[in-house]
Design a protein. Structure first.
Length: 202
């Protein structure tokens, strides 16, 4: 997969950056810098193109996902992280996903398909990736969800459902709300930074 890797301090995690629809692997680099400049970064471009807009998996309509493709792309991303850890020599056990919108959805899908896939996840404006699926055990995976009260793409019910499903699978969830729409705001970035700093004292 097309990507950027930036090596950080060995004592720090690797941030897996996953952009929104129409984005690229460049988009979330400033966010990673805000959260922890010393972390390594693996920033990936989605392999699917929707009318030229990169995405991480196909959709049939706005908010309606192609579940076969989602499963296939989730496995592809999972394999890519494993291979990148070997190629670049970062600790596979210490990968924190930071995703926005479509990127948050594939990060959520990683957690819906695999245990031990992420050390933690910061999901900005995610949806429930798949419904009626039994989740693997994601005990002790800390997850921050950030959401907007007035987000038309990801309505509050999606956030509440995702929180419930991940909690039932054992994850520890924090939710940060703002009163805006689907955009990723500065206060969300700061909330992500503060949340991250409380994880094991990074
Ligand atoms: C998706 O398709 O993943 C969600 O609708 C968010 C987005 O618009 O990318």
């Amino acid at each position: 997969m097309k990507h950027i890797f930036k090596e950080g301090l060995k004592s720090k995690p690797t941030f897996l950056l996953l952009h929104g629809t129409g984005g690229t692997e460049q988009d979330l680099l400033p966010l990673a810098d805000i959260i922890d400049q010393e972390a390594s970064v693996l920033s990936v471009r989605g392999n699917v193109s929707e009318n030229g807009m990169p995405r991480f998996f196909k959709r049939l309509a706005e908010g309606v996902f192609d579940l076969e493709d989602l499963k296939f792309r989730t496995e592809e991303l999972h394999n890519f992280i494993d291979k990148a850890a070997k190629d670049y020599g970062f600790d596979r056990e210490n990968v924190i996903a930071i995703g926005y919108s479509n990127g948050a959805n594939i990060a959520g899908s990683l957690l819906f398909h695999y245990s031990n896939v992420l050390k933690a996840a910061i999901l900005h404006h995610p949806m429930v990736p798949i419904r009626n699926k039994e989740l693997p055990d994601v005990s002790n995976v800390p997850v921050l969800i950030t959401a907007g009260d007035n987000d038309p793409i990801c309505p509050p019910q999606e956030t509440n459902d995702l929180e419930k499903l991940l909690k039932e699978a054992g994850a520890s969830i924090d939710v940060y709300w703002h009163s805006q729409g689907h955009q990723l705001t500065q206060d969300e970035a700061q909330a992500a930074k503060q949340w991250y700093e409380k994880l094991k004292g990074y």
